[in-house]
Structures are given as structure tokens and as C-alpha cells.
Ligand binder design. Structure first.
Ligand SMILES: [Zn+2]
Length: 392
């Protein structure tokens, strides 16, 4: 714990009129700064990793750290794939520990966006993971991230939003009502009437991308009109960059001297937003309201018949390869009993699922069925299969 179901988390925020910060992180300094701030202010948090940032870090490595940080947190945490490009990105994100995913097909025309998003929802929901879609288009204007979102703004309409949610089944919707990715130029004009109409039609948590640079009053109005998740990155990156520039100006030479204080600068910016968005002090209520996110261990003890050790090893290697690709599977470990005195069961499968819903999905998945029927069962001897819900 306390990784929690993101759908419960955002429903709580939506119902109680505050917004959960979805801070995008690009390094350990971000991760540690964010966690320090949310722990101090007792705020729920979404640790967000944007596919558009994958060139800056190794996704698998940063996810390992992110999951570790979430597990040792005392405030509720969800881990979100931000701006996932396609179904495979989403499957990969879930495998590494994301328990919420966004697919961003908002640059496509409506029907294509709805088709791609619905496909992602089908798979993600089958393994228990909620999905954010985006309708309308939030462009980039200025900032280190802006060029990743080229093009003109396209506003979300309430009618299209209703049709989109119905056709796709998304749990949360990112809407375009006047914000931009990166830094705002001039005074941002937000269409709150439009937002209010969308919120009324949909009744699901809404998401704002491009949350940097709005006024306190604008944040308040966003939240009053259904925004329960605010994506926030540019201002964190700017705070980090300012800290580094100041260190350099003061004569800092080496790497560690130049990045000194970056964590604290990020934490300070996070605290400012947590206070503005009303999520401070909500941690305990969310822990109460949200389903804990529990991993399942699908364990098989077994023996083989008619295989020598090398053949048995090859069979396991093939299984690890095939089965670990199935959506919702976190890992596939296999093993052989250490004690030489022929234990009752010689071999082990230890397959981890991201959610109890994966148990049925995995069993019926064509890749599992094929491996089990054609490769495993013909040579498997006595065996025992148990699904365990893992303790915190
Ligand atoms: Zn975004």
C-alpha cells in the first residue's frame, strides 16, 4: 500500500470538489520532491509519467522507483501513464505498474479517436485499470514540452463529450476549454460555461492538461465545474531549472552541486498547488474511500513428465516470454526446487497480476490458452494452482 484505485480517488475528489494533483515526473528529484510535498500536506497524488518524456529517462527504471515510492507512502497514490500513444503503450505501462492510463488520440478526428480509445478501454478495464481519454485538443504554446503538442486548439463540446464517453467507456475525460501545454502567453481565457455544460452532461471526473500558470480564481472555477485531476509539469520543470541556474550563477561546478536544492524547489511548487487545489488534508478520507490496489500472485507448483531438465528449462523460458506479454501480467517468475531430495513438486510458476480481475482474463487469453493446451499441459504432471492476494 497505499497504491489505490485511481477511479475511487478521483470520484472522491469530484464529489468533494477538490482536484488531485497529477504531477509529471522526469527524474528522481521530481519523484522525491513530489512525495515530500504530498506527505507533508497529507494530499492524495497521481504520479504521472508521460510517454512524450520517455526520451529523457528509461521508463522501466523510473517506474521501479515510482512503484517503490508509492508503496512506502502513507498518503494514497495512483501511478498514471500520461499521453499513452496506443494500446501497446498502455499494456506496457500497466505491466510496469501504472494503475491508471491515458490514451491520447485527440489529434485524430472524432470517430478515430473514439475507436482507438474504446479499444484501450476494453483491454484496460478487463484487467481492472481505469482509463482517461481526451476529446478536443490542447496544444503546446511555449515551454520545454510545448513542441510535443503542435497545432491549434480545438474545444470540447458537451454533445461530443457525451457521445465520446458513451462510445468509449472512459472513466475520466480530459477536456479542452482554453488551457495550453507549457507556459501560457498572456492572460489565459477559459470557457467555464462550456466546462459547466460538459460536467453536467457527463458527471464523471474531468481532467485539465496544461494546468501551469492559471490564477487562483481560475483553478477554483475549474474545480467547481467538475475538474478532479490537474496535470502539472511545466512549472515544476521551470522551478528546477531556476534552481540550477541560480546554483551555477553562484559558482557551483560539479553535477551534484548544480542540482542541489532542486528537490526542495519542486516540493515548494507542489505544495503551492496542493494548497490551491484543495487536496491538502484529503489523504485519510481517500484511503478510507478507495479500494487498495492489490497485486495477485498466481502460483503453480508442478511436476513434468517425460522431459529432461533441458527440455523443462526451455519450456519455462518459452512460458516466461509468452505469458509476460499478456495484459495485466506484471511478471512471470519460474523456478526449480533447491532441495535435491525430490520434493512433492519440483517446479514453480509465480505469475503476478496487477488486479484480481486479471485472473479470469489471463485464463481465457488466447496466448495463455495456446501455451497451456499445446505446450504445458501435455507434459505437466501433478500440480496445484492457487491465486493469492498479496498483503501490503
Ligand atoms: Zn497533457
Amino acid at each position: 500500500m497505499p497504491i489505490v484505485n485511481m477511479k475511487d480517488m478521483l470520484r472522491h475528489a469530484h464529489a468533494n470538489r477538490y482536484a488531485v494533483p497529477a504531477f509529471d515526473l522526469v527524474s528522481l528529484d521530481f519523484l522525491e520532491g513530489i512525495m515530500a510535498a504530498v506527505e507533508e500536506m497529507r494530499s492524495p497524488v497521481i504520479l504521472s509519467l508521460a510517454e512524450s518524456h520517455f526520451e529523457y529517462y528509461d521508463f522501466a527504471l523510473i517506474m521501479a522507483a515510482t512503484v517503490a515510492a508509492a508503496k512506502r507512502a502513507t498518503v494514497p497514490v495512483a501511478i498514471h501513464l500520461d499521453h499513452g500513444e496506443n494500446l501497446q503503450s498502455v499494456i506496457d505501462g500497466i505491466r510496469l505498474g501504472c494503475n491508471g492510463v491515458m490514451v491520447d488520440a485527440s489529434h485524430h478526428p472524432f470517430e478515430e479517436n473514439a475507436r482507438i480509445t474504446a479499444e484501450v478501454v476494453k483491454t484496460a478495464h478487463a484487467v481492472g485499470v481505469p482509463v482517461e481519454g481526451e476529446l478536443g485538443y490542447v496544444p503546446g504554446v511555449e515551454g520545454e514540452d510545448a513542441e510535443k503538442h503542435p497545432g491549434e486548439i480545438r474545444y470540447t463540446t458537451p454533445e461530443e463529450a457525451a457521445r465520446f464517453v458513451e462510445q468509449t467507456g472512459v472513466d475520466f475525460l480530459a477536456v479542452s476549454i482554453g488551457t495550453v501545454h507549457g507556459r501560457m502567453k498572456g492572460e489565459p481565457k477559459l470557457d467555464f460555461d462550456r466546462l459547466a455544460a460538459i460536467n453536467e452532461r457527463l458527471g464523471i471526473p474531468l481532467v485539465i492538461h496544461g494546468g501551469t500558470g492559471l490564477s487562483e480564481e481560475q483553478y477554483r472555477q475549474l474545480i467547481d465545474n467538475g475538474v478532479a485531476k490537474i496535470n502539472y509539469y511545466t512549472a515544476l520543470a521551470d522551478a528546477a531549472a531556476r534552481r540550477i541556474a541560480a546554483n551555477v550563477a553562484e559558482g557551483a561546478k560539479g553535477y551534484t552541486a548544480q542540482v542541489k536544492g532542486v528537490r526542495e524547489a519542486i516540493a515548494a511548487e507542489c505544495r503551492r498547488m496542493i494548497a490551491l487545489w484543495g487536496s491538502a488534508g484529503q489523504a485519510e478520507a481517500v484511503l478510507e474511500a478507495a479500494e487498495p490496489w492489490r497485486t495477485v500472485a498466481h502460483v503453480i507448483f508442478y511436476n513434468t513428465e517425460g522431459l529432461d531438465e533441458a527440455q523443462a528449462k526451455a519450456l519455462r523460458a518459452e512460458g516466461r516470454e509468452v505469458l509476460s506479454r499478456i495484459p495485466g501480467v506484471l511478471s512471470v517468475e519460474t523456478g526449480t526446487a533447491i532441495q535435491p531430495s525430490a520434493p512433492k513438486f519440483r517446479y514453480l510458476w509465480d505469475v503476478r497480476f496487477c488486479h484480481p480481475r486479471v485472473i479470469d482474463y489471463y485464463r481465457d487469453h488466447p496466448e495463455h490458452v495456446r501455451y497451456a493446451d499445446e505446450r504445458f499441459r501435455p507434459v505437466a504432471g501433478e500440480r496445484i494452482t492457487i491465486d493469492f492476494e498479496l498483503d501490503e
